[in-house]
Write a protein that binds this ligand. Sequence first.
Ligand code: SF4
Length: 284
Amino acid sequence: MAADSPHARLAQITHSLHAYAKELQAGGVEGFPPAPSVTHPPSSTIPAGQDSPGSIADSRVEMVEYQSQQATDAPAPTTTFPASDAAASTAPAGEASLAAVNTLAELRTEIGDCQRCRLCERRNTIVFGVGNPDAEIMFIGEGPGYEEDKQGEPFVGRAGQLLTQIITKGMQMQRSDVYIANVVKCRPPENRNPEPDEIAACEPFLAKQLEIIRPKVIIALGKFAAQTLLKDATPITRLRGKWQSYHGIKLMPTLHPAYLLRNPKDKRLVWEDIKAVLREIGRL
Ligand code: SF4
């Protein structure tokens, strides 16, 4: 077999691939990662006898690129916390930057002019949260709507007015007695649902708010709040009304006030959930 024949070249490539696989094995790598899809020119444009060796060589380059990309593009875990100032606010942040935060004011400073997810692009205001920093009860909703984005305060639109009625008329408390926040701090455009990566980017801020306030009871309003905090994809209609736990804090999932505006007959279900909360904190 001539040294430069196609068969000889294929044998050389096979040999070097084999050696490469052994190197990887020695480095603790088990198996090849899947190669990303690559568009090759139609086989009719490749001279006969050149496509097989060429494809193998390309695959190896792709494989190495894929591995280095994996090392740098690994998704941040949900416990990754944001960077410490506005200038660095697009950089992935370590837990250390939030670990030093002890108050809500410090946390707001830490969030800065956050651009850690695409919801920053069309927001007017970061809607941080409002209420008593020593609240026994913390309401968590989904995200700001039009009015909230305009006013910079959670639950001030129509759904918010209903929540205020629940607090004042139902619970005989004031909004200033409780704390109210959302899973995402910026308004999703057209009030669409927040995407999983947006929730993941913003969740460390909510986790820190909960850690600082440490309420006796969390009331999770609607699917996104309940599912995000509980890491449980069970529908809210099945979660609601049953006590859960968030890092040792009692959590009551219930229906979102916006849902109640469309389904007022279900207000009685929410009232049952609220009564359970009031009993829990000794107010009923
Ligand atoms: S939603 Fe949260 S993570 Fe995204 S830009 Fe706003 S504050 Fe930052």
